[in-house]
Design a binder for this molecule. Sequence first.
Ligand SMILES: Cc1ncc(COP(=O)(O)OP(=O)(O)O)c(N)n1
Ligand SMILES: Cc1nc(C(=O)O)sc1CCOP(=O)(O)O
Ligand SMILES: [Mg+2]
Length: 209
Amino acid sequence: MKLRGLYAITDSQLLADGRLLPYVEAALKGGARLLQYRDKSSDESRRLREAESLRELCERHGAQLIINDDAELAARLGVGVHLGQTDGSISAARALLGRNALVGGTCHASLDLAAQAVQEGASYIAFGRFFNSQTKPGAPAATVELLEQASARFNLPVVAIGGVTVENAPELIGRGADLIAVIHALFAADSAAEVERRAHAFSALFQAD
Ligand SMILES: Cc1ncc(COP(=O)(O)OP(=O)(O)O)c(N)n1
Ligand SMILES: Cc1nc(C(=O)O)sc1CCOP(=O)(O)O
Ligand SMILES: [Mg+2]
């Protein structure tokens, strides 16, 4: 499957109080191709329960689930993982999860980090942050030129993350982003219907080009 389109990422605060499953289902109905479960808590049993429910939703909607930070949980569920620079090695995750699993890596604004991720067996390389991020204001900044350089140099899907909105995403896609990873502009919404509308709007950007 070609990895291209909306990459939705969950947020524990925005999706608290019973919003996790209905809002995620709305994002999937709106066309999200990848879903990352990003929960920084240490409540293992809740994390397992939620991740299992998300896996079921993703299966139903033909999307792929990716667990943030936690290759062991990904292995337990038979899904993918996203790893940052301090979350363990991509090659170890690849060995654990097998050759068909999605293993993504954070490359910040560095082509050298991307080259290393590619060499270790990553499925995609993620760059950011491109705009001010409400979710992660301290993330190091990247420029859009990096997307062109990365897509010319590496034969892997390129993900753009950080402050992405429906308004600024077209530039990222135009410069080479295959996937746009979004938290706030997708899930900071008053209703599941609004999340679905936003997800459709993000997804439509990929049909236009
Ligand atoms: C698609 C995608 N890209 C980058 C990140 C950031 O990962 P990381 O640097 O490990 O930071 P945390 O998300 O763990 O806070 C990501 N999660 N997803
Ligand atoms: C989790 C994360 N990683 C980033 C990076 O630059 O590596 S930016 C970010 C937050 C993305 O959320 P929002 O769409 O709300 O800005
Ligand atoms: Mg991480």
